[in-house]
Design a protein around this ligand. Sequence first.
Ligand code: DGJ
Length: 489
Amino acid sequence: MLGLKLQVASSLLLLGALVAQAKYIVPGARWRDTDGELVNAHAGNVVLDNSTSKFWLFGEYKVQGQVEGGGVSVYSSDDLATWTFHGLALEPIEGHRYISPSSIIQRPKVIYSEAAGQYHMWWHADNSSYGLLLQGLATSDKIEGPYSFVDATSPLGNWSQDFGMFTDYKDGRTYALYSNGDRAEGRDVYLTSYNEEVTALDEVVHRFDKYDLEAPTILQTEKSYYALMSHKTGYRPNNVVAFRADSLSGPWSQPWIVSPLNTRTFSSQSGFTLRIDGSVKTTYLYLGDQWDSNSLWESRYIWLPIAIDDDKKTLAVEWHDVYDLDVKTGEYKTVEGKEYLATDAITNGNAFKQEANFATGGVIATGIEGNDSTVTFSGIEGTGKPQWVSFYYQNTDDMGYGDQPGGSPDRIGGSWQLRRISSVVVNGNVENVETLYQRDTHKGIILSTPLQLTLEEGVNNTITVGGLFNGFTYKGADIDKLVVYPPEA
Ligand code: DGJ
């Protein structure tokens, strides 16, 4: 009897542990791993591994103060939201011709090679001036590595820059996707099959000719292939496009933009797409990178569901501030939050509310600067537990600052200010200032960016938004509204 009770108690505990681990996916947030560190795996891929029944995330490991050559990191997860760090799967080697700490080791992708009985990692291998344009191969017997460097080669004598990989779920064949660089003779994206072992390229299946795109990925539905790619604007986001075809060799459709116009794909770049074969439905995720060129190691992730209508031959990336994905069933649902509009907030100092017909309440709080010109939202309901709060903002840095050259790509000779930084203070507690990065939007385009905040239980919380120095200005972006989400289960 005692044994049974213990068994029941321990299975309840186990259930408790599983429930406690259920996490939301929050695009653009600072994602933390199970050690509380930032998830640091950029422009890579996610593999559902049969032998471990886990998802494995590989990506570029970015080191603070060092732009490239950090190696390839690896994380595991049961739910695509809770990530455990397993260190570097591919470690840079001092003095190595292709994987030294000054080498370009970008866009790594891992797959299991059935024929070789090994895990294979491929990536864009280069020197720091992008002068080699090669593809690297490393192998391991275990998914988490360590991976041993095999070689870096030019694909069928060509150049290779941004690298992607795709396995056809119908016949198991794997393909490389790569842009062939920025030179006038390049500017294509190649789709090339591998040999059976996935140790060398076999044959070019299609060339996306002279579109001048990069960051390619392919997803497959029952009827179609969709190839997603970004334009080439360095680490600045732009409008990702997709092409559709019945067969990998084409004919491929004209490209179209996959997200609402002028959102620059919700401030992200494409990189990978994941198909989740759930027991109830098949869900496709866009795994994009939200680069931060001011500090690459702080770059974030924009992972979003993709809506596909194969009859209409359309695909669109859907925005959700916070969503709850069940990787077993493939279902996901939007988490509902409570809105607090700028129209009901109080502005202080030089901040003021200005008519804005595109804003949720018809006005937007603007003139936010430093800690004097702020906007305060009050009457906010909290739970005493950490909760996600989405800040809907407009950042019209394309208007320039006057004291600063350039301003944005929408300006002649413009550069790009990647973010304004706002301060966020809960209940006037200035000992605890959160930083909110607000990337450029176009005029009249509102995007949201999240922070996890702990509000007091009850309905009397305040949230004050001010401006912090970003290297040019103390101005914060204009605020449309806040949306406060329930705590994770
Ligand atoms: C954009 C590419 O997509 C990245 O992989 C990287 O090469 C950056 N350019 C460097 O500017």
